[in-house]
Write a protein that binds this ligand. Structure first.
Ligand SMILES: Nc1ncnc2c1ncn2[C@@H]1O[C@H](COP(=O)(O)OP(=O)(O)O)[C@@H](O)[C@H]1O
Ligand SMILES: [Mg+2]
Length: 178
């Protein structure tokens, strides 16, 4: 049996409007890593629920998180470094993604409530209504000290967030593990 090379999967997390997709796409391009949009892993029923303004509950999120975890496992098995967006609001969701997946490193993008609200009000063509922000912020459990990851607390524009991330990523993570 061949042992796959140790890799890194950056899980770009945070509430809606925090910049997961924007930052995730740019960082993946900069590093030349595979990118996946976590929203695309939702079953259609979840998208419909959010579109109509109802927050998802744990039961709704379970199949979504399992599919994401499966994708992470596949990247590891292929020896690929990767970037994936996922709100990953609760510790239990993050534990599910990380279980048996040593490549996972969380990147929490944040902004003030006011900035988030403004961005969502301005954003068009996305199923997530701005009204769900309050419930997302209530649900959010910040990264805990024993979780592998970092929080970008003072983001400027997307390029500045990406620069900050590249500066702060531990060297072994940026190289894709040792
Ligand atoms: N750091 C940032 N500075 C300014 N605008 C941003 C920043 N990050 C994201 N945006 C903008 O905010 C909106 C939401 O960003 P998005 O990446 O879609 O967030 P998410 O994927 O977390 O919901 C988009 O219109 C995006 O261009
Ligand atoms: Mg997004």
């Amino acid at each position: 049996m061949t042992v796959p090379a140790r890799t890194t999967t950056l899980v770009v997390m945070g509430v809606s409007g925090s910049g997961k997709t924007s930052v995730g796409e740019v960082i993946a391009k900069r590093l030349g890593w595979v990118f996946a949009e976590g929203d695309a892993f939702h079953p259609p029923a979840n998208i419909e629920k959010m579109r109509s303004g109802h927050p998802l509950d744990d039961a709704d999120r379970l199949p979504w998180l399992r599919r994401l975890a499966e994708w992470i496992g596949e990247r590891e098995a292929h020896g690929e470094n990767a970037v994936v967006t996922c709100s990953a609001l609760k510790r239990s969701y993050r534990d599910l993604l990380r279980k048996d997946h040593p490549s996972v490193f969380f990147v929490h993008v944040t902004a003030s409530r006011q900035v988030l609200q403004q961005r969502l009000d301005d954003r068009e063509g996305h199923y997530m209504p701005a009204s769900l922000l309050a419930s997302q912020l209530d649900t959010l459990e910040p990264l805990q000290p024993d979780e592998p990851g970092l929080t970008l607390t003072d983001p400027g524009n997307v390029d500045e967030v990406v620069e900050q991330l590249l500066r702060e990523l531990p060297a072994d993570v940026e190289r894709g593990g040792s």
